[in-house]
Design a protein around this ligand. Sequence first.
Ligand SMILES: [Zn+2]
Ligand SMILES: [Zn+2]
Length: 344
Amino acid sequence: MSPTMRAVVFHGPGDLRDEVLPVPRPAAGEVVLHVDAALTCGTDVKTLRRGHPVMIPRVPTVFGHELAGTVTAVGAGVRGLREGDRLAVANSAPCGTCRLCAAGRANLCEDLLFVNGAYGEYIALPRRLTASNVVRLRAGTPAARAAFAEPLACALGALGRARVEPGQTVAVFGHGPLGCLLAMAAAAAKAHPVLVGKAGWRLEHVRGLGIAPCLDATTADVVAALREATGGRGAEVTIDATGRPEVWTQAVDAVARGGCVVFFGGCAPGTTVTVDTRRVHYEELALVGAFHHTPDLIRRSVDLLESDAIAPDGLLTHRRGLAGVREALEMMARGEALKVLVEP
Ligand SMILES: [Zn+2]
Ligand SMILES: [Zn+2]
C-alpha cells in the first residue's frame, strides 16, 4: 500500500473537505516537500466563498498557497536540490518566454502556472515551479517566517510600482495582513507608513505591534487626517489593500500632487470607480494597479525575511493543525485572526 497523508481539499465554493490522499511521488523535474508551515490568507477566505478562476482553475485541489517545507523526494533531472533542503515556495511559476516575461513582468505572464496545496502534509512542486520559483533557506530560518515569502513579495511588488522613496509618506488603506506587510515593507524602504483601518480587535492588535501609526476610519475623516498629518499635501503614495471601490476612491482623494495611487486590493468583478479628471491631469497623479509577484520579488522577499529587515511574526495570531483549517478560515472571515499558522 502506498503511504497516505492528510489534506484539506477544495471542491468548490463553500466545500472544503478533510481527506486522506496518497503521498505524491515526484515526476521528472519535480520535488516533493513536507509542508512545515502554511499560512492562511484573505484570498483563501474569498476563494472559499466564491471560487477563484485564476488561482484555482480546476477542482478538486488541495487548498492553501503560502508555505515553506523540507524536500523529502527529488524527481529525475532536478538540479541543485536534494532531500533535506528547506525551501520557501512561491505559489506560481511564470513561463519565462512570453512577451511579458521577456519584459521583466513575469507577474503578468500570459501562461502563469498557479500552484495550490499548502494545507496538506506533502506537496509535489511542478517542474516549472521547482526550476524557477523556490528559494533554499538558511539553516536557522523558521519555516513560519519563510512562509511569508509569497505575501511579502506581493507587497514589495506594490511598492515597486509606486517607486517609493525614503522619507515619503505611504498611506496604506486596510489593516489586514497585507496592509501590515505593505507598511512593514515601506518602513524597511525608509518611508513613513500610515495604516488606515477600522476600529476593532484587529486594529488594536496591529497598533500593539507598532508597525505604523494607525488611523481609525470609523471615527476620523481619513482624507482630512492624512492631509493634516502631511502639512496639507497628502501622502506621496497611497495604497488600497481592502479591495473595496469606495476605498479606492479614498486612496485617490488622499494622495498628494504628483503622487502615486496603487490599487493593490482586488475588488468584486464588475465594480467601477470614477476619478476627478482635473486632478489626475493637472496634478499628474499616477494611478497604477499591482498584482502578484515575480521570481525576483520572491528572492528579495526571502532575503528581507532572513536578514530580519522585515519580521512579520507578530501577524501570526493563532496556530492550528490541518484539522483546524476550516475554523481558522472562519476566524479570518470574522476578523478574529490576522494570519493563522497551520502546521501539517
Ligand atoms: Zn496569499
Ligand atoms: Zn510568461
